[in-house]
Design a binder for this molecule. Structure first.
Ligand SMILES: Cc1ncc(COP(=O)(O)O)c(C=O)c1O
Length: 361
C-alpha cells in the first residue's frame, strides 16, 4: 500500500533530535512562552525574511489575530478566494468582518488577480490571500491592486512554508503572514501550533499582547486578548524541523518533477511559472472522472486525498453568510485529486503512482 501520508514515517528521520529536544523541554520545567518559543520566533523570522515572528496556538488563530490586529472598522469587507480552506473564511468572520469570495484561476488553484476589480466594494478594506497547495499567489499583481485601493493584505501561508515568488518568501508581501504548523504541514509540529510574521513593529507588539490575554506584562491587560500561546514543546519540535525544512522541500520538489515527467498528458497539472518556487505541500491534479480515478488507484494500493470535497460556499455553516455562484470553485472541487507527495515517499513510489495513472482508462 502506498499511503497518502504517514507522519510517523515522515518524522522518523529526525526522531533522535526530536526526542532530545522534547526531553530538554520537559526537564527545564518551563512549558509555555519561554526560551524555546523566543528562539523559534527568531529563527523562523530569519528563515522567512521578516522582522518579527509571533508564535500562536494554531493557524486559524494566526489568521484571526492578524486580521484583528489590522484594526479595521467592524463589518469591513475582506476579499478571499472562493476555493480556500474554510479556515481563512472563518477567521474573517471571527474577527468581525465579511468575507467576499473571489474566484480562483482554474489553471493555478490560486486567487485570480483579474477577478479582484469585479469583487471590490466601497466597504472593502483588505485582501486575505491563500497560497494554496504550496504555490505562491501572484503577489506582484495582488500587491499592486491592494496598494492602488489602499487595502491591507494578509497572507494565509498555512500551506506555503518556504514558497517564493522571485527571491521573496510568502508571508512577507503584506501586513502579516499567517502560518499553521499542524502536523501534516510542510513544517509540522507534533500537535497544534502556528505563527504570524510581520515587518510592522506596531502590529507585532499588538499581536504579542493579543495572544496572551492582551497582556505582555503579568496581570496588566492592555487589549481584549485571547489565550493562543505557542508552547515550549511544540517550539522545540519546530526548531528541529526548521533546520531540515529546505531538505524536506527539496525532496518534495524532486518527487513533483517525477510526476511532471511521468504522468500522462491528459492529466491537468497546475500551471507553472519560472519565477515561482513551489513547495508542493499538496500535489493536486485534475481529472473529469476524479472519483473513478481515485477508486481505481485505491483498488491498486494507492491512497489519495481530495482538497477539498465541498467548496466553502456550499458548506452548511456558510448558508446565509456567503451568497453568489462560484463555478470555478465548483469545478476545482469536483475534479481535484491529491497524489502522495511526502518526505516519507520515495521516487519509486511516485513512479508507481504515475505508471498506474497512465493505465487508467
Ligand atoms: C489554507 C489553510 N489556512 C488555515 C489553516 C488552519 O490552520 P490550523 O489547522 O493550524 O488552525 C489551514 C490548515 O488546516 C490551511 O490549510
Amino acid at each position: 500500500m502506498i499511503e497518502y501520508e504517514s507522519l510517523a514515517q515522515s518524522n522518523a528521520a529526525y526522531m533522535q533530535e526530536l526526542e532530545a529536544a522534547a526531553s530538554r523541554v520537559i526537564r527545564s520545567g518551563w512549558y509555555v512562552l519561554g526560551q524555546e518559543v523566543a528562539a523559534f520566533e527568531n529563527e523562523f523570522a530569519a528563515y522567512v525574511g521578516a522582522k518579527h515572528c509571533i508564535g500562536v496556538a494554531n493557524g486559524l488563530d494566526a489568521l484571526i489575530l492578524s486580521i484583528e490586529a489590522l484594526e479595521l472598522p467592524k463589518g469591513s469587507d475582506i476579499l478571499v478566494a472562493s476555493n480556500t480552506y474554510i479556515a481563512t473564511i472563518l477567521a474573517i468572520l471571527r474577527a468581525g468582518h465579511c468575507p467576499l469570495l473571489v474566484e480562483p484561476d482554474l489553471a493555478t488553484f490560486n486567487l485570480n488577480p483579474e477577478e479582484l476589480p469585479k469583487s471590490i466594494t466601497p466597504n472593502t478594506r483588505a485582501i486575505c490571500v491563500t497560497h494554496l497547495f504550496g504555490k505562491t499567489c501572484r503577489m506582484d499583481a495582488i500587491g499592486a491592486f491592494a496598494a492602488e485601493h489602499g487595502l491591507k493584505l494578509v497572507e494565509d501561508c498555512a500551506q506555503s512554508h518556504g514558497a517564493k515568488l522571485g527571491d521573496q518568501m510568502t508571508g512577507t508581501f503584506g501586513d502579516a503572514g499567517c502560518f499553521s504548523f499542524y502536523p501534516t504541514k510542510n513544517l509540522g509540529a507534533v500537535g497544534d501550533a502556528g505563527a504570524i510574521v510581520t515587518n510592522n513593529e506596531v502590529m507585532a507588539d499588538r499581536l504579542r499582547h493579543l495572544r496572551n490575554y492582551g497582556s505582555k506584562q503579568k496581570y496588566v491587560n492592555r487589549y481584549v486578548g485571547v489565550n493562543s500561546r505557542l508552547d515550549e514543546l511544540q517550539a522545540a519540535m519546530l526548531r528541529v524541523k526548521l533546520r531540515h525544512l529546505d531538505e524536506m522541500t527539496l525532496h518534495k520538489r524532486r518527487l513533483a518533477e517525477v510526476y511532471f515527467a511521468n504522468l500522462p498528458d491528459w492529466i491537468t497539472f497546475p500551471r507553472r511559472q519560472e519565477d515561482e518556487f513551489d513547495v508542493f505541500h499538496i500535489f493536486g491534479i485534475r481529472h473529469p472522472q476524479r472519483d473513478a480515478l481515485r477508486q481505481y488507484l485505491l483498488e491498486r494500493g494507492v491512497k489519495t486525498e481530495i482538497h477539498y470535497p465541498i467548496p466553502p460556499h456550499r458548506q452548511e455553516a456558510m448558508q446565509g453568510i456567503v451568497s453568489g455562484d462560484f463555478p470555478i470553485a465548483d469545478e476545482l472541487h469536483a475534479t481535484e485529486l491529491s497524489l502522495p507527495i511526502s518526505v516519507g515517499h520515495q521516487v519509486e513510489n511516485v513512479l508507481k503512482v504515475a505508471e498506474l495513472i497512465g493505465q487508467f482508462k
